[in-house]
Design a protein around this ligand. Structure first.
Ligand SMILES: Cc1cc2nc3c(=O)[nH]c(=O)nc-3n(C[C@H](O)[C@H](O)[C@H](O)COP(=O)(O)O)c2cc1C
Length: 204
């Protein structure tokens, strides 16, 4: 009798747990569906595809990112990093990084960099990218990039599910003949043909 009484409350609790699991799964499915939808939406905004390289103390890491320019004078560019990423942590520590616009020849390596979490100690070996010292910051540049920008962190702002890092560009290198890669529609693209139209300069 005592055993039956003790067991009785366990059944509703177990049922509730199963319900909670089902609710959790439904919420996860809904989140995945929403992310798929938002992924389609935001992949309609073409962005330069780049490799962010950062050195903080003895640690070096590289991640695939998209980037955008913000200011001409001084030159400021923006990158958006997800909190929890190792590169996010290292940039926060060292307050400097380089942005290297991916060249077509480097695309496969860039996509690999975007799939390996930085706590993998073999990541840099797997990427087999050549690095060289930058002139004005402690993070390396990626050899063969279409362009490299050496950045000091100017500001960090929490923006939704990413943090916005504004990088003051203190040095740069644009490679003659470089073929920059653009991210669009969830895929990497080369830059297309120039279109007909009047020459309109910006900034005015
Ligand atoms: C093409 C491409 C673009 C990416 N852009 C970004 C980005 O802008 N911001 C971001 O936080 N992660 C971005 N990622 C994901 C990171 O590169 C990926 O999570 C990487 O493994 C992070 O490495 P880490 O953990 O060493 O920082 C992108 C991935 C790819 C493939």
């Amino acid at each position: 009798m005592a055993t039956r009484t003790a067991k009785a409350p366990a059944a509703p609790k177990a049922a509730k747990t199963a319900k909670a699991v089902a609710k959790g799964t439904a919420a996860a499915d809904a989140k995945r569906a929403r992310y798929a939808e938002l992924g389609k939406l935001l992949s309609s905004l073409p962005c330069p595809q780049a490799l962010l390289a950062v050195q903080a103390g003895d640690a070096t890491d590289i991640a695939a990112v998209t980037a955008m320019w913000v200011s001409y004078d001084p030159v400021i560019i923006a990158v958006y990093l997800r909190p929890g990423m190792r590169t996010h942590e290292l940039v926060n520590q060292s307050r400097q990084f380089t942005i290297n616009v991916v060249d077509e020849a480097q695309n496969a390596k860039a996509l690999l960099a975007g799939s390996i979490k930085g706590d993998d100690p073999t990541k840099l070996d797997k990427l087999a990218l050549r690095l060289e010292p930058a002139e004005s910051v402690g993070s390396p540049r990626v050899v063969g990039a279409a362009a490299s920008y050496e950045c000091r962190v100017l500001k960090v702002a929490a923006c939704g599910d990413h943090d916005l890092f504004l990088g003051l560009v203190t040095g740069w290198n644009v490679r003659k003949g470089g073929k920059p890669v653009v991210r669009y529609g969830g895929r990497s693209h080369s830059v297309g043909a120039e279109l007909e139209g009047p020459l309109v300069k910006y900034p005015h």
